[in-house]
Design a protein around this ligand. Structure first.
Ligand code: 5GP
Ligand code: ZN
Length: 114
């Protein structure tokens, strides 16, 4: 998916404020942050959305969650708390068609979202 912005961030073709990277994932600060800490965690492989995942991706999904807990500690929000969000599809508000998990924290978040 050469035209995919998040693939390009994953391959370092496009710049981003990277806070975490391993062979399979990259995490970077959202360009339009909704909270003091707003990080996007993506697999480097292109998946359109969470809906594309199957049983063979279970380990990858689990590791994406664990990467988020690691970044939360790194960002010093593990104690105060945070929210993980995967917007999926049109009604889910997904704007970028490369699966990504939002890590939000650094302030009290409202519930429910709009
Ligand atoms: P979605 O609504 O798809 O769940 O969220 C996409 C998020 O990606 C938005 O919060 C948006 O601000 C962020 N975003 C879109 N393009 C870029 C980009 O080029 N760089 C970074 N760092 N964030 C982006
Ligand atoms: Zn992509």
């Amino acid at each position: 998916m050469p035209e995919c912005v998040f693939c390009k961030i994953g391959s370092r073709e496009l710049q981003a404020m990277v806070v975490y990277e391993d062979p399979d994932f990259i995490a970077f600060r959202d360009i339009n942050p909704m909270a003091p800490v707003h990080v996007l965690i993506i697999p480097k492989l292109h998946y359109e959305s969470l809906a594309e995942f199957t049983a063979k991706d279970a380990t990858l999904l689990g590791r994406m969650l664990l990467a988020a807990t690691h970044i939360a500690r790194q960002e010093r929000i593990a104690e105060s708390g945070y929210r993980l969000v995967i917007n999926t599809g049109a009604h889910g508000g997904q704007a970028v068609s490369h699966v990504h998990m939002h890590l939000l924290g650094g302030r009290a978040l409202q519930w429910p979202p709009g």
